[in-house]
Design a protein around this ligand. Structure first.
Ligand SMILES: [Fe+2]
Length: 269
């Protein structure tokens, strides 16, 4: 697919999202998601460049970034939350909206299917199965580009908390306790477990733990540059356990950032 194909999707994305902004009593949650989308596209371009992907693969990846959160708009309009657990899976809503809006109708069947499948996979706790080469690359790129911006949004939110923006952290209560179980499990398994996310501090651990799901060195480097892990975990009462967790997460990021893994992208062109 071409860059012009991507530009058409960008135009249609704004046409799709504008009525949600216009109709809302408080447009901020919708504006935030639209801005998130633009930054995920930018992060995607950066990741594709780091892997030396060709123009066609880059356009496809940026198209996936542009449509990946379309489900967020009807989700918030209907349920007034971004919590999938308290509403519906926003990736599944997104796939339906992508098809209904025909935003990808000018693409080849292959591109359309790859993008839809990558969107469906973008919010899974982890990619446990192996997929075909093109889908595997696209799904991993989308998950990393999304996380780069989620880390940025969360850093801003925790540094500048606004009581009217609790929807960003799903309105979870702050019990002021150390999320010991979640931190222990994350340290031991290096895998996030969504079932612990019932308080703000558990969410902080979950968000920090997303670094274990990253795939590409350039994503790890971008998140290290953000210096977000100390911000996420800094809101939890201090303890040896949280210090150990912070060190483990930073070590993981440094190791991925300096690894050769991205070079595999060259064989995936
Ligand atoms: Fe999403």
């Amino acid at each position: 697919m071409t860059h012009e194909d991507f530009l058409k999707i960008e135009t249609q994305f704004y046409a799709y999202t504008q009525p949600f902004v216009d109709r809302a009593e408080d447009p901020y949650p919708f504006v935030l998601k639209r801005e998130h989308t633009v930054r995920v596209c930018r992060a995607m371009e950066m990741l594709c460049a780091s892997l030396d992907l060709d123009g066609s693969k880059t356009s496809r990846a940026c198209a996936a970034a542009m449509v990946h959160d379309m489900g967020r708009f009807p989700q918030f309009a209907v349920f007034h939350t971004y919590s999938d657990a308290r509403s519906k899976n926003h990736a599944a809503i997104g796939c339906k909206e992508i098809m209904r809006s025909k935003i990808l109708s000018h693409l080849s069947v292959t591109d359309r299917q790859l993008i839809l499948r990558a969107v469906a996979l973008h919010n899974r706790p982890r990619l446990s199965r192996t997929y075909g080469r093109d889908l595997s690359l696209l799904a991993r790129l989308l998950r990393d580009a999304d996380k780069i911006d989620i880390f940025g949004v969360m850093k801003d939110h925790y540094l500048n908390p606004d009581s009217s923006h609790g929807f960003i952290t799903h309105d979870l209560p702050n019990d002021g306790k150390i999320p010991e179980r979640a931190a222990h499990v994350l340290l031991e398994t290096r895998q996030n477990d969504l079932s612990y996310v019932n308080t703000l501090n558990n969410m902080r651990v979950f968000q920090a733990g997303m670094v274990y799901d990253l795939n590409f060195p350039a994503a790890a480097a971008a998140i290290l540059d953000l210096e977000v892990i100390p911000v996420l975990l800094g809101g939890i009462p201090p303890s040896d356990l949280i210090i150990r967790l912070e060190q483990a997460l930073l070590d993981h990021l440094k190791s991925l950032a300096s690894s050769n893994h991205g070079k595999h992208g060259r064989t995936l062109k």
